[in-house]
Design a protein around this ligand. Sequence first.
Ligand SMILES: CC(C)(COP(=O)(O)OP(=O)(O)OC[C@H]1O[C@@H](n2cnc3c(N)ncnc32)[C@H](O)[C@@H]1OP(=O)(O)O)[C@@H](O)C(=O)NCCC(=O)NCCS
Length: 373
Amino acid sequence: MHNVVISGTGLYTPANSISNDELVASFNAYVAQFNAENAAAIARGEVEALTESSSAFIERASGIKSRFVVDKDGILDPQRMAPRIPERSNEQWGILCEMAIGAAQEALARAGRTAADIDGVIVACSNLQRAYPAVAIEVQAALGIQGFGFDMNVACSSATFGLQAAANSVQLGQARAILMVNPEICTGHLNFRDRDSHFIFGDACTAVIVERADLATSKHQFDIVGSKLLTQFSNNIRNNFGFLNRAAEEGIGAPDKLFVQEGRKVFKEVCPMVAELIAAHLQEHQLNVGDVKRFWLHQANLNMNLLIARKLLGRDAEPHEAPVILDSYANTSSAGSVIALHKHQDDLPSGALGVLSSFGAGYSIGSVILRKR
Ligand SMILES: CC(C)(COP(=O)(O)OP(=O)(O)OC[C@H]1O[C@@H](n2cnc3c(N)ncnc32)[C@H](O)[C@@H]1OP(=O)(O)O)[C@@H](O)C(=O)NCCC(=O)NCCS
């Protein structure tokens, strides 16, 4: 059994950003148009009038101020309210692959590695562009990596579950190093006409090099002390899009073929589960919560993160103890906690302990304990 490290992380951020005010202006234009078009039916009580969204609510309820997106114009067009991402020929690299290449190149550079040092690729994310071939195999080809590749989906927890899969492969000697990437185009599955959730998501891609400790040479290493995963079935975050939709024409285009959630229930049920899992994980390794210098938490909602940190620490976390990136990225699903890790690691001294944690649909929760080398 080999010891395993994270030897490099990388991030791809789309060029466009949408502020809350821009998003709300588009949503409210849609509301005004809907209510005008349905004025008679609304007056007769046959159709319910839509209610406007508000930037102040969004920031207060979620902590989100803006989000990066692969296509701004399509999302903000009140007649469309969805990103416009033109189809590409099979001879071109797909958009998920392109994002993965961007993040992977930075992770490889920080790890001091090239494609020749990597033996496998895991693409772990919430929404895959197609059924097959696996996007991971496309990324492998694009970067010139030998070995194997596969895709996996555990929604917002895809990255922590992907890290465990990568660490297992390296530990068992099946690979010297694995590239684990999280290309997330969350705006592709977000219902921008839904007032309760239209502000939640953004797009980004993260990459992590997981490597054998005795081979690693980078200056940015973290020992993977351990990982602990938990799943518990829930319908409170769900998306029914899938290949069987065409076998039930009556459901095509219905709102449940995009992201749907019971946000309040998610908040109430998931926060205690996450705090308990992290506390139990630390205890299994004879570590105290007080020993942890940094929590890189899933970035869905600021209030959730504040509550989880408070449950763990018994006090409010200092900003540097649980860094926030969701204010400018929103929820980027599996990429979120890795963005926090990527942006907030270089100041940690050697020996510092950190916990990377994800939570989301499934429910699925992951905790990965890291120690700075
Ligand atoms: C989604 C979330 C931000 C909503 O916040 P919330 O405080 O629970 O808000 P609620 O849905 O209960 O709505 C509270 C009020 O705000 C209103 N509201 C909802 N959306 C609004 C919007 N866009 N603009 C203005 N007001 C809005 C509601 O109508 C409600 O009004 P009422 O009190 O008069 O009925 C929050 O529940 C959350 O983050 N949950 C966890 C989400 C999560 O992590 N999901 C994981 C995804 S992977």
